[in-house]
Design a protein around this ligand. Structure first.
Ligand SMILES: [Zn+2]
Length: 314
């Protein structure tokens, strides 16, 4: 028995090392995604100057896959309750039946139960959103009173869920989750011409999906208008960043950056992992010095690096 213990220890050690080992991963195209909000053109330009490599590990792949599976299963289950609007497709042998932005899960052709599909929002036909990548919205919940709320499921560890419940938090800690779901509110209104009353963020445990913490807020018409203005600015800045040719244009991004104060950064723009410029962004001299340095050292493929297909070069 005792001669097997070293093997157990050795294998455990091997597992622990390999589970966190990072290996290079192919980066995804550099698109303007609502799921990446809050957006800052200056931060984006700086990240393109640095061209940090992407990496993944067993753990990051596991969390990604678990989150995806959680979405697939919870969306379908809650969709079948008849109070969630989403897209549906038929998986019955060869049937092409589908429904768009509907809470009806019965196939219009063969009457079988449809499979839930999230709402894909393409807004490129509108000039002010022309650079926005397709948004994937988990669903729109209709309350018993007939109000509409955007739903964006999040997966988290059981410890995180327990801590949030215990602390009786009013809002999730990651402010970027709020920026995303808030942006969906006026965008869905724009496309489907319905009034959105607010948003719901259910955090579901990936270890035990019966445990969850639900956050929700109402949103005013004024705030929705403010968000639209912001997305229009993001849309404009994104193209400027992807077509940057001189430092003068970088200075323009500083002038118009959406995150203007330390307070605003903390409340609205602090994304998971933080912004690499945050420690100098509100000190003009240091900011300019660092941006000059990074601009001068930018790679030759600055304009083509991770450039999405179809986005013309300047
Ligand atoms: Zn069908």
């Amino acid at each position: 028995m005792s001669d097997i213990l070293p093997v157990v220890a050795e294998f455990t050690d091997y597992f622990n090392k390999l589970s966190i080992k990072e290996y290079p991963a192919e980066g995804i195209p550099d698109k303007l995604r609502v799921s990446g909000f809050p957006y800052c053109g200056l931060r984006h330009a700086y990240m393109r100057m640095l061209q940090l490599p992407s990496s993944s590990s067993f753990l990051s792949n596991y969390y990604f896959g678990a989150g995806k599976w959680m979405h697939t299963t919870v969306q379908h289950a809650l969709g079948c309750g008849g109070r969630i609007y989403g897209n549906w497709k038929c998986v019955n042998n060869g049937c092409k039946g589908s429904r768009l932005f509907s809470k009806n899960n019965k196939c219009p052709i063969c009457s079988s139960v449809l499979v839930y599909d999230e709402i894909r929002l393409n807004l490129r036909e509108y000039e002010q959103f022309s650079n926005l990548a397709d948004c994937l919205i988990d669903g729109v919940y209709r309350t018993l009173d007939g109000e509409f709320f955007i739903v964006d499921y999040k997966s988290a560890g059981l410890d995180v869920i327990r801590d949030m419940v215990k602390a009786k938090l009013q809002n999730p800690i990651d402010v970027s989750n709020i920026a995303q779901v808030k942006a969906y509110c006026p965008l869905i209104e724009f496309k489907y011409n319905i009034e959105i009353s607010g948003w719901i963020l259910p955090y579901i445990s990936r270890d035990n999906p019966k445990k969850l913490k639900v956050f929700a807020q109402r949103i005013s018409t004024k705030e929705k208008k403010r968000i639209i203005k912001k997305i229009e600015l993001y849309n404009k800045h994104y193209l400027q960043v992807m077509n940057l040719k001189s430092f003068k244009q970088v200075e323009l991004l500083i002038e118009e950056k959406p995150c203007q104060t330390v307070e605003q950064y903390r409340e609205e723009y602090r994304t998971f992992g933080g912004c690499k410029l945050s420690c100098i962004c509100f000190e003009r001299k240091r900011l300019l010095k660092e941006l000059h340095r990074a601009w001068d050292l930018r790679e030759e493929d600055f304009l083509t690096w991770k450039r999405p297909k179809g986005l013309e070069l300047p």
